[in-house]
Design a protein around this ligand. Structure first.
Ligand SMILES: Nc1nc2c(ncn2[C@@H]2O[C@H](COP(=O)(O)OP(=O)(O)OP(=O)(O)O)[C@@H](O)[C@H]2O)c(=O)[nH]1
Ligand SMILES: [Mg+2]
Length: 410
């Protein structure tokens, strides 16, 4: 089963470099040809409205020049410009060229399963063009999976347009994608700063953590291999199936840790810490379902640790809903190719109601700006008006209500 990766905008493409380094280091991934062709070419299309980030990629990786699509100019942190495209200075056919390149890549797969799209929630290209592309891909491949991996901006201090962009992009993803893996830059930043002796962090260090987290979830595992140890490459899609049991509630939180000299209990305990468990009001969040992946299980001890209390610890932390009798999937891999030698790693993905807190902030900030008429003309100029924002607010409000009813106790 093959997956095609589509990386959009500066953020989506910068993160992709770290993800692909992990894929390239993993023998099982290369052998299964899930992410690469039989001669090692990436099943990936890199798209940006400006060439500066993507043009060097074919020199660094086995990426065909034809899979690098660029436009005439950046989308200036404006969702509307990214979504509707540059028309005044002559269309740069970013959408048509991207779809054509993706179609060819899909046709090269023996058994195409779906697309993983990486993009930011707040860049003009990542959020706006990413939204447009997501809709177009849904139309073009209605029967295949579409998983968005999206990066939320830091809560403050970035762009005043970030709330509008996030709102519009999240609403489109909610309507078009099968799953939305939400990675918050603030969370990754806090993690990286904690580890850095001088409290410093760069995008490179953030992206390394993100690359490991995604690879930890997507790389082949022994649990999902056939009885002859052949990987079918279904991890991304099994993950989607396991974590998104209902189409209306499809936000996935992720976390990952690799360490040596820590027991599975220690590793899981530290990893669990990073996903919020309580709302600001003190109310506990609830989870619909989750997946835990343990790599480096060379002594086959993870299963025993789960039976001896780890499973209970995870279930307590994630506070699963009563109506899902099988909320936890556990996968293991003999080897861990992520992180330094002799480390083991744990990666987690959970569909938790903690997303409602994030959605609430995005909606509230956008609504305040909308009520004040702030920056609206920037969007109207490119074809997005107040009623579009109101519709998006409504979509996210319904999503929050769906989470409330899905996680309401008995
Ligand atoms: N984690 C991470 N976030 C990034 C990176 N680069 C940019 N971002 C975040 O992405 C958002 C900006 O989006 P970009 O991807 O730079 O913008 P773009 O999609 O290229 O869109 P335009 O440049 O506006 O056309 C901000 O929230 C940044 O914090 C990166 O390498 N890693
Ligand atoms: Mg850009």
């Amino acid at each position: 089963m093959s997956t095609v990766f589509v990386h959009v905008g500066q953020c989506g493409n910068q993160v992709s470099q770290h993800l692909w380094k992990c894929f390239e280091k993993d023998g099982a991934a290369l052998q299964s040809r899930t992410f690469t062709t039989h001669d090692g070419w990436h099943r990936a299309v890199h798209i940006d409205s400006e060439p500066k980030v993507v043009r060097h990629l074919p020199k660094l990786f086995k990426i065909s020049e034809k899979n690098v699509i660029t436009g005439k100019r950046g989308r200036g942190t404006n969702w509307a410009l990214g979504y509707h495209g540059v028309k005044s200075s002559g269309d740069d056919h970013l959408l048509e060229n991207s779809l054509e390149s993706i179609r060819k890549e899909v046709e090269r797969c023996d058994m195409y399963s779906g697309i993983v799209l990486t993009h930011s929630l707040s860049g003009g290209t990542g959020s706006g063009f990413g939204s447009r592309l997501c809709e177009a891909l849904r139309d073009e491949y209605p029967m295949n999976y579409l998983l968005s991996v999206t990066f939320a901006p830091c809560a403050s201090g970035e762009s005043p347009l970030q709330h509008y962009n996030s709102l519009m992009c999240l609403a489109t993803l909610q309507r078009s994608a099968d799953g939305i893996m939400l990675i918050q830059n603030d969370d990754i930043l806090a993690k990286v700063q904690k580890r850095s002796p001088d409290n410093q962090a760069s995008f490179t260090s953030l992206n390394k953590v993100i690359g490991h987290t995604l690879a930890g979830l997507f790389l082949p595992t022994d649990s999902l291999a056939t009885s002859r140890d052949v990987s079918l490459g279904q991890e991304p899609w099994e993950l989607l199936r396991a974590t998104c049991p209902m189409p209306a509630t499809k936000f996935i939180y992720t976390t990952h840790l690799a360490k040596s000299k820590l027991s599975w209990e220690g590793l899981v305990g530290q990893t669990l810490h990073t996903i919020p468990r309580y709302h600001n009001t003190g109310q506990p969040f609830s989870s619909l379902s989750g997946v835990v992946v343990a790599r480096g299980d060379s002594t086959d001890s993870f299963g025993a640790s789960m039976k001896q209390g780890l499973s209970h610890k995870i279930r307590t932390a994630w506070n699963f809903v009563d109506w899902n009798p099988f909320p936890l999937d556990v996968w293991t891999a003999f080897q861990n190719t992520l992180g330094p030698k002799d480390t083991a790693s744990v990666s987690m993905a959970v569909n938790s109601s903690c997303v409602t807190q994030f959605l609430d902030t995005v909606c509230q900030r956008s609504k305040d700006m909308l009520d004040a008429g702030a920056y609206l003309h920037w969007y109207e100029r490119y074809g997005t008006g107040k009623e579009d924002f109101e519709e998006a607010l409504n979509t996210l409000q319904v999503c929050q209500e769906d989470y409330c009813s899905a996680t309401k106790p008995g």
